[in-house]
Each structure stands twice: as structure tokens, then as C-alpha cells.
Design a protein around this ligand. Structure first.
Ligand code: PLP
Length: 594
């Protein structure tokens, strides 16, 4: 406490030092903070205003920063000016500018001044809201804004704190939401199984659990299965890249016959690859009939549910157990902020609750303690930034943002459609367009490589049923028609250069062949094997290598969807039956037909 600077309120509402200044050299007092804070706000506003003048991607080599910054921290404090000089000299060159108007990779990283200010206040308050008592406003504002947004997107009342059995909570990321839901579903399934089969080992029961998603679900779903030690089966999608009820139903039936226990489905609203939508109405019907937990991961596209015209995407929500989406993607809220709603809070809290004496408080029977709603104990006051954004823009302002992005995606779609060299894959419903050059995958891969190398635009690829596409996502909060026109010009010009290079090779080869007296017209695909294959095959090789490194054999056996093999499982079942010999051995087996 000795170093703490105490302040008291002046009559004019400002504060002053009470005279006990810090002994730490160069430490920042409130006078200095006011000055530097204003400078920082100016720096941020200038950064935003001039961001378009910067190269969108970083142009540095791995380890670059160690050549620009010392290997040890300073022994005595540095001046603020020196720190800021190093921001521009050392940090900025290594920044990929996600807020740049020519950044079209991944999905948007939400950002806005009200959100920055709300988060600044949250940092200043610096409370750790693990329970209601730890800072009542922190919990109360969180449950309030979750109810506000829940009502706005049309969630049924069971998902609301104010009226229902469930409620909403802020998590750090969609990955955490999916993982936490899988753990809660696993807990529910195990509890039910233990009731029916009290003498069977937990490990044996766990090995029978199986979860499902579509092949296009985000990798975080596979990861949740891996971390949760359950089998994860990735199901085929239809021509619209959508997981359908009958596919799920067939898989569940197949697995029950094999003695497995289906317990969790993660549907996706807005897949990362192409923003397609699983059929919630069909999936929810199957899941409620089969007593399987249905979670919806709507990380990006769920934000569009604030626009009434998209509510049809959650038809069937009455039978959904939980849903998440990230305002930090598309609702002008800065990372981190993923919202998770559950229709029955007991399903979640019963799987997450440990309650030592030092965390209990006298109101815990009447309040919500959000430490029981996720993995961490400590929780930032993240509701403030959402509240600032909601109050500043209003729902209509946020709807405008969504509409503007969709309008711009459609503009880009029109450019692509009007150019016969290109094709579009998937429907453009939100702010994402998946396109490619007609021809082999590697041609589009080369095009993307050239575009990204130019530093003028940034996009990333995806594979849709083995077809390589470039994802063009509208990301900037201030995206305009001119940015899309600019992007299209770059794409089109780079495509022209690439195709011309290819044509030159073709002409060269044809001339050579004609000169050789060979009259046969060569097949175009035979002419360019090196030119076309160079990039994509290198990339595939390194991806495979990385995948092998990533997983231990044990993990692969438990959860890798590529290891889920019905033939192997069938063989195991047959083997088991053959080895049944004594009643005591039989007694450890499960009777799944019950
Ligand atoms: N789910 C979907 C559909 C996504 O598109 C993404 C990321 O883009 C994620 C999950 C992962 O999100 P997070 O980074 O919040 O974990």
C-alpha cells in the first residue's frame, strides 16, 4: 500500500494527488496519465484515420523483432516517448492491419471507438467479476446485455436470465463456447448413463460417447472433441454445404447399432469456409427426438440475427440447447467477446461448479455467479464495451453495419460473376464471397499467392469439397464501395498477369512442338503440370506434416474424425462378441439396447 497514490475529489470534479507520490522512478501518476492518455487517444485516432496508407500485411521475417528490441527488459523505466517511438519503429512493421480497408481475410475483427472506450473503462475499474459479490455491476450488466441481445435476436424466453430457466454469458472465444458446451453435454450424458449403469467404469462409458458436426464445422469443434476425450464424427454436407437432418439421423442410427452413445451435435450457422448454414429446423427435430444436445456455433453469422430478415436461420431454436456468436467479429465490439446462451443453466453450472468457502457470499442463493458458467475463475468486465456499443449505435446502427457489409459482398459478387474467367462457389448471404479462377486448384492458389505478396490486399483460401477457393470477406467497419472496386481491380489485374504467363508458356510449348514437327495439339492439362502444381502441392505436404506433429497417437485414436472408421468399430464389436466367454466378463459390458 505504501506506493499507492491516493487521490481525492476536487470541488470541480477533477482529482489531485494527495501528496503521497510513488517512489518508483518514472512511474505514471494521474497528471502524467492525463497527458499520455490524450496522446494515446490521438495516436489511435491518427492510426485509424491513416491506416489505408499502410501496407495491409506485415513484411517481416520470423524473429524480426529480436533484432529491433533488446534481449532484456530495461533496468530502470524508459520514457513514454521512447516507448511510443519503438511502437512505430519495431511493432508496427510486424502488424497485419486487420482494420485496414483492404483486409479481406478470415472474418472481421470487431472494432469501434465506443468499444475501445468501454474497454478502457473496464481496464481502469479493473474488477475481477467471478461472483456477484466480487463486483455486482459486473455480473448484473453482463446478464442484462445478454438478455437485451437475446431478445433482439429472437431467442425464446428460456434462454433469458430475466424470464427463463437459462441465460447468457460472455466467453472469451467461440472455441471456448463450443468446448464448454461439449463438456456440459458430456457431463449430462455421463450422469444419465451412470444412473442406468452404476457399475460401469466412467472411462468405459466415456469411450462410447460420440459427437457430431458437419465436415465444414470450424476446427475448434474437432479440438473440443479432442480435449474432451470423445469421438467426433464429421458428417457430409449437401450441395449447399449444409448439414441436413436425415444425414445426422442416419449417422446416429448407425452409431447406436455399433454400441456408441450419441450425445452432442454442433451445428454451424455461417461456416468459416463459405458461410453456409446447417439446417437448424431439421437438426433440432432429430436431436430432441434422440435426446442429444444441440449446440449452434454462429460465431460470425449469428450477429446478423439482429436483422429480422435472418431470423429464419434459427427456425427450430425452441429445441436447441445452446447457441453462441461473437460480437467481436461483426458487431463493432473489440476482441474478446463471444456470447453464449443456454436454455437450462443447470446443465452448465452442474458441470462447472466447485465452490470453496472463500468464493461464497451471502447472496449466492439469489444471484448468478458467472464463475460457474465457464472455465476461468477470473472474469474481465467485458459487458461494458458491449453496453457502450449498444448505447452508442442502437440496434438500428448495428443493423446498418450488417446491411452495408452484405451489400458490399454482393457488389463484389457481381464483379466476379461478370468476368467469365471466374466462378463463385456457395451462396453469398452475408459478407463473404468464395470465388476462384476456372481451372485447376493450383491456378487459384497461385493467384492468391500473388495478391497477398503484393501487400495490396489480404485474403485467405478455403477448400470446399476439395475445390480451392479464395475467401473475400468484408471486414473494415468503414468499408465502402470504393474499397470493393479497388479489391476487384487488384484481383482482376493479377489474374490477367497470371493467365498471360500461363498463355506464354502454352504458346512457347506449342511453337516448340510445331518446330519439332509434332502436329498434335497438346492437352492443356498436360502442358502445365509444373506451372499449375508447384504451390498447392507444397502447401498440402506441409499441412500434412503439421497435422502429424499436432497429434499424439493416443489423441488420434480417441477423437480424430479421420480415425473414426465404422469398419474398424464394427470389427471391434464382432471381436468382442467372439471373446465373450464367461458371465463375469460379460458383466463389464454395456447393454446398449436397453
Ligand atoms: N466458429 C466459427 C464458425 C468461426 O468462423 C470461427 C472463427 O472464425 C470460430 C468458431 C473460432 O472463433 P474464436 O476465434 O472466437 O474461437
Amino acid at each position: 500500500m505504501g506506493d499507492m497514490v491516493k487521490v481525492r475529489k476536487k470541488f470541480n470534479g477533477t482529482t489531485e494527488d494527495r501528496g503521497r507520490t510513488t517512489k518508483k522512478a518514472n512511474a505514471m501518476d494521474s497528471v502524467e496519465f492525463r497527458k499520455r492518455g490524450k496522446e494515446m487517444v490521438d495516436f489511435i485516432a491518427n492510426y485509424m484515420d491513416t491506416i489505408a496508407e499502410r501496407r495491409v500485411t506485415a513484411e517481416v521475417d520470423p524473429g524480426y523483432l529480436r533484432n529491433r528490441l533488446p534481449g532484456k527488459p530495461p533496468r530502470t523505466g524508459d520514457k513514454f516517448e521512447d516507448i511510443m517511438n519503438d511502437v512505430e519503429r519495431a511493432i508496427m512493421p510486424g502488424i497485419t492491419h486487420w482494420q485496414h480497408p483492404n483486409f479481406h481475410a478470415y472474418f472481421p475483427a470487431g472494432n469501434s471507438y465506443p468499444s475501445i472506450l468501454g474497454d478502457m473503462l473496464s481496464n481502469a475499474i479493473g474488477c475481477v467479476g467471478f461472483s456477484w459479490a466480487a463486483s455486482p455491476a459486473c455480473t448484473e450488466l453482463e446478464t442484462l446485455v445478454l438478455d437485451w441481445i437475446g431478445k433482439t435476436i429472437g431467442l425464446p424466453k428460456q434462454f433469458l436470465h430475466e424470464e427463463g430457466t437459462g441465460g447468457g454469458v460472455i466467453q472469451g472465444s467461440a472455441s471456448e463456447c463450443v468446448f464448454v458446451m461439449l463438456l456440459a453435454a458430456r457431463h449430462k450424458a455421463m450422469k444419465e448413463l451412470k444412473k442406468r449403469l452404476p457399475y460401469i467404469e466412467d472411462g468405459v462409458l466415456l469411450s462410447k460417447l460420440v459427437a457430431y458436426s458437419s465436415k465444414l464445422a470450424h476446427s475448434c469443434v474437432e479440438k473440443a472433441g479432442m480435449l474432451g476425450f470423445v469421438k467426433m464424427r464429421q458428417l457430409d454436407v449437401d450441395v449447399n454445404y449444409s448439414l441436413r437432418g436425415h444425414v445426422l439421423e442416419r449417422a446416429i442410427e448407425e452409431d447406436r447399432k455399433l454400441g456408441l452413445i450419441p450425445f452432442f451435435v454442433c451445428g454451424t450457422l455461417g461456416t468459416t469456409a463459405c458461410c453456409s448454414f446447417d439446417n437448424v429446423a431439421e437438426l433440432s427435430e432429430v436431436c430432441s427426438r434422440e435426446n442429444v444436445w444441440l449446440h449452434l456455433d454462429a460465431a460470425y453469422a449469428g450477429n446478423a440475427l439482429i436483422c429480422p430478415e435472418f431470423r429464419f436461420l434459427i427456425n427450430g431454436i425452441q429445441n436447441v440447447t445452446s447457441i453462441n456468436f461473437n460480437p467481436n467479429k461483426w458487431l463493432l465490439v473489440n476482441f474478446d467477446c463471444s456470447l453464449l446462451w443456454i436454455s437450462d443453466k443447470n446443465l452448465l453450472t452442474s458441470s462447472m461448479t466447485v465452490d470453496p468457502l472463500y468464493l461464497q457470499h451471502k447472496h449466492d442463493d439469489k444471484t448468478v455467479d458467472l464463475r460457474h458458467w465457464g472455465i476461468p475463475l477470473s472474469r474481465r468486465f467485458r459487458a461494458l464495451k458491449i453496453w457502450f456499443v449498444l448505447r452508442t449505435y442502437g440496434i438500428e446502427g448495428l443493423q446498418d453495419q450488417i446491411h452495408q457489409h452484405i451489400k458490399l459482398a454482393r457488389l463484389f459478387e457481381t464483379y466476379v460473376k461478370n468476368d467469365a474467367r471466374f466462378e463463385i462457389l456457395g451462396k453469398v448471404t452475408m459478407g463473404l464471397v468464395c470465388f476462384r479462377l476456372k481451372g485447376p486448384n493450383s491456378l487459384t492458389a497461385k493467384l492468391l499467392h500473388m495478391i497477398n505478396e503484393s501487400g495490396k490486399l489480404h485474403m485467405v483460401p478455403a477448400l470446399l469439397s476439395e475445390i480451392y477457393v479464395i475467401r473475400f470477406a468484408i471486414c473494415s467497419q468503414n468499408a465502402r464501395d470504393e474499397d470493393v472496386e479497388f479489391a476487384w481491380k487488384i484481383v482482376s489485374n493479377e489474374a490477367s498477369s497470371l493467365l498471360m504467363e500461363r498463355e506464354n508458356i502454352e504458346n512457347g510449348i506449342c511453337t516448340e512442338k510445331v518446330g519439332d514437327g509434332d502436329q498434335k495439339n497438346p492437352d492443356i492439362d498436360d502442358v502445365f503440370p509444373d506451372f499449375d502444381d508447384e504451390i498447392i502441392f507444397d502447401q498440402q505436404k506441409s499441412n500434412l506434416h503439421r497435422a502429424r506433429l499436432r497429434r499424439s497417437l493416443f489423441m488420434r485414436m480417441v477423437s480424430d474424425p479421420k480415425c473414426y472408421n465404422t469398419k474398424v468399430l464394427k470389427a471391434l464389436c464382432v471381436d468382442k462378441k467372439r471373446t465373450r466367454s464367461t458371465p463375469s466378463e460379460n458383466s463389464t459390458e454395456l447393454d446398449y439396447d436397453k
